[in-house]
Design a protein around this ligand. Sequence first.
Ligand code: UT7
Length: 334
Amino acid sequence: MTQSVQPFGVRIRGTGSCVPERRLTNEDLSKLVDTNDEWIVQRTGIHERRVCDLSTEGTFTMARDALKNALDAAEMKGSDLDLIIVGTVTAEMTCPSVAARVGAALGAVPAAAFDLSAACCGFVYSINLAQALIQSGQFRSIGVVGAECMSSIVDYSDRTVSILFGDAAGAAILTRDPDPRIGCMYSTMGSDGSGWSSLYIPRRLQEVPVSDIDNPIALGHLRMNGKEVFRFAVTKFRDVIEDAMHKTGLTPESVGQVICHQSNIRIIESAREKLGLPHEKVYINIDRFGNSSAGSVGLCLDQLWRAGKIEKERPFVMVAFGGGLTWASGVWRV
Ligand code: UT7
């Protein structure tokens, strides 16, 4: 947990996002697995999600295009960046990083570049880290991306995961600002690795936990114990938002937007109701984009930013949880 000392302010100069054109509807999925539109909508809030055409699209192309959109919004060029961080667990290759390829594609060489693995927390972990690096004085301009091509790791014969996930990328450009009141007011990042087997992508059979030994395993694909993740998420989500608001003195009236990882509408709604937050302060796009893991918070941020819903007077909160298990939050003033 960190409470910021603020030698510099950190400005979000621009945001961007990218989703593939291709839509995968509940109807489409019902032709692949034993499921139906009514069940998916009731249990998750999802109507459709976007999926890459894997012959031409993927994490790299979405991350590149999202960051390019954010640079354009910030009226900056790739060469203005001195670091790129991409939060993802679906990099095409473990080496090189997606971030290094994005940097080369956008003319950011010789900016530092690396990927960050924190599953659905990828964007919030990355932006928290980026702001701390700017505050430390070591970096001036950082491109932060959360990008996930979930369709490349979803087993479409597994109805638990195939209905939930979609592909997306969201990005933000952070720059050093002389006004120390601008930027991240508070952030947390945490993990509990003892819960890792609730959500994992096995590469080798040796890694498969005893609890899954009798189940069909598709190596390289996501395995999820939905019920366990759900149980963890319902309380963790509420606690993390409550902590962030409490530590910064925010109330349901004074907070701007609370931008939640789009995990499942029931998880988000449960936290919203318990915290007494009005509907209009908790943005939802899971109905159209599904759960895009590290892509989701950045995508929401960009959509809200472009719609003029991020207000100067009202700090906003970003919050996520996911595989690891991990969780993270950040409270920002723009
Ligand atoms: O992003 C972070 C990572 N992941 C998450 O946040 C996911 C958290 N978990 C969830 O969102 C939910 O657990 C799921 C959406 C994955 C599943 O919803 P659920 O309400 O927990 O369903 P369940 O697993 O308890 O299953 C209820 C019933 C079962 O049938 P019986 O045993 O009651 O007869 C399942 O076999 O629904 C059945 N079922 C389905 N039926 C139609 C499970 N998946 C499906 C399906 N279509 N896709």
